[in-house]
Design a protein around this ligand. Structure first.
Ligand SMILES: [Zn+2]
Ligand SMILES: [Zn+2]
Length: 361
């Protein structure tokens, strides 16, 4: 932790998860328009509201085949843990879809392999996280939501620090195996995983947001901030599950998470055409404007460029106001609800297309 101050982009990455280390760390090609045709996620660019080019007969047949496969292998509520089987705990929801994605898109293989390792670690640790204490009364919730204040305080997050340290160590090892972390960051992660106090203060600053991270004497480099976020995610997801069941935040229409204040990592369009944002930190979902930018509230259709995958499952909104973008999974075109761990990898071609056009995550 002897680095100089992190650049602003690192601070923003810390707030949202930003561009995943999987993008930088994987060997994925940055020429999605050429390289991903086979995957069905060939990116096409339209202005908002225009239709994507139609699918050819061959492509339609292939997609129908994939959809049949999806139906036979996917559950209806993939973010809920399935019941354990007699053979032991069930694999994490999303693993089967990641394996299918790898088979359909070999150019995403290295990113998928790393994601499977990270998801497996997250799933195993999440099973041990205790439920958070919900000391909320209706008035407190109503006031917080009306004022735009996130509901979850850092002290309320159920954190077993020995599990967090273990997560830091295991995640750093996985990143190193996939060549997705540099030697300095890996060494710092090792030190953090043995020094509880440093990790606790860093985690608290990460949760408070980019300004708090930037105020530290030695702000962490971007990769380390992302690693902290990954290590806290099992506990944050447990909070999102518990609070989501107990609190009605459907009136919340802001661009940040009502629970933890994180930025959206993904959007999903539901079968009834509502757009929900999904938090990059805790995976909570909340309703948002159909096409406005959650980062700057730009709602001028003419200043929002939309990219879509050819199969229509994925969409990307590039804001010509703040130049940031947001990806979306369109559940009307798919056979399952959004799965952040899967859809964030399936849309790597869209990330590359957006970055090439000058947008930022
Ligand atoms: Zn959140
Ligand atoms: Zn914007």
């Amino acid at each position: 932790m002897t680095r100089s101050r992190a650049p602003p982009s690192a601070a923003r990455g810390a707030a949202s998860g930003g561009i995943s280390p999987l993008i930088r760390g994987s060997s994925y090609s940055t020429s999605p328009l050429l390289d991903t045709h086979r995957s069905g996620h060939h990116a096409v660019v339209t202005k908002f509201g225009e239709d994507s080019p139609g699918e050819s007969n061959t492509e339609r047949d292939r997609l129908a085949q994939i959809r049949r496969l999806d139906r036979s292998s996917l559950g209806d509520a993939p973010d809920d843990d399935p019941p354990p089987t007699r053979r032991g705990p069930a694999p994490a929801p999303g693993i089967a879809e990641l394996v299918e994605l790898k088979a359909a898109s070999p150019d995403l293989a290295s990113a998928v392999d790393l994601q499977i390792e990270l998801l497996t670690i997250e799933h195993r640790i999440q099973a041990r996280v205790s439920l958070p204490t919900l000391d909320l009364d209706a008035d407190t919730v109503a006031v917080a939501l009306a004022r735009g204040l996130p509901l979850l305080r850092f002290e309320q997050i159920p954190l077993d620090w020995s599990d967090v340290r273990l997560a830091v160590r295991e995640i750093a090892d996985a990143l190193r195996r996939h060549d997705a972390i540099d030697a300095d960051d890996y060494a710092t992660a090792q030190i953090l995983s043995h020094r509880g106090h440093d990790l606790e203060s860093l985690a608290a600053a990460w949760y408070a947001g980019p300004a708090a991270l930037a105020r530290l004497d030695a702000p962490p480099p971007e990769m380390l901030a992302e690693l902290i976020g990954l290590a806290l995610r099992p506990s944050l997801r447990r909070c999102a599950d518990a609070f989501g069941r107990a609190v009605d935040w459907s009136s919340w229409r802001r661009g940040r998470c009502p629970l933890c204040g994180g930025e959206p990592e993904l959007a999903t369009i539901t079968p009834d055409a509502q757009r929900l944002l999904i938090c990059g930190r805790c995976h909570a979902r909340w309703p948002f404007h159909d096409y406005a930018c959650p980062h700057c509230d730009n709602a001028d259709k003419a200043r929002i460029t939309s990219f879509a995958s050819r199969d229509g499952r994925y969409r990307l909104y590039g804001c010509d106001g703040c130049r940031r973008y947001l990806k979306a999974y369109d559940a009307r075109q798919g056979t399952r609800p959004a799965l952040v761990h899967v859809d964030s990898i399936a849309t790597l071609p869209l990330d590359a297309a957006a970055l090439q056009r000058g947008y930022q995550a």
